[in-house]
Ligand binder design. Structure first.
Ligand code: HEC
Length: 108
């Protein structure tokens, strides 16, 4: 799975870079790659952080999930999944954090 996902993710990130960071909302995996999220997260597999599918299923059905996760993405997170904290991600704008949170919640 990782073997087939990685090259397309890289290609998407390179395409996003060529487009000058104007990453469209539907290309959220490219945005996640460009913002370095995929260095620690897999869509389906745990890496340094939890898999994005695990995150989506944990927050499924919570009305405030998107805003809660957007805030965690920007400011970092500790203690929700294990002993490793997630550092704050200052390279991510508030709008991007919301886009990423909504995309993560769709990964089920
Ligand atoms: C240096 C590694 C690292 C990077 C880079 C990283 N994360 Fe994380 N992430 C983690 C770890 C570790 C956790 C678990 C933290 C915890 O237990 O509270 C986590 C947790 C999360 C959670 C779940 C938070 C919760 O409260 O359940 C989300 C959502 C998330 N990351 C999204 C992102 C996004 C989006 C990016 C890119 C902008 C990103 N992460 C970049 C390591 C990382």
């Amino acid at each position: 799975m990782t073997k087939t996902l990685l090259p397309s993710a890289l290609a998407a990130a390179m395409a996003a870079a060529l487009l000058g960071w104007a990453v469209p909302t539907h290309a959220s995996q490219a945005l996640a790659t460009a913002r370095n999220c995929m260095a620690c997260h897999g869509v389906a597999n745990k890496l340094v952080g939890p898999s994005l599918r695990d995150v989506a299923s944990r927050y499924q059905g919570r009305a405030d999930a998107a805003s809660l996760l957007a805030e965690k993405i920007a400011k970092g997170s500790a203690g929700a999944w294990g002993s490793l904290p997630m550092p704050a991600q200052p390279q991510v704008s508030a709008a991007e954090a919301t886009t990423l949170a909504q995309w993560i919640l769709e990964q089920r």
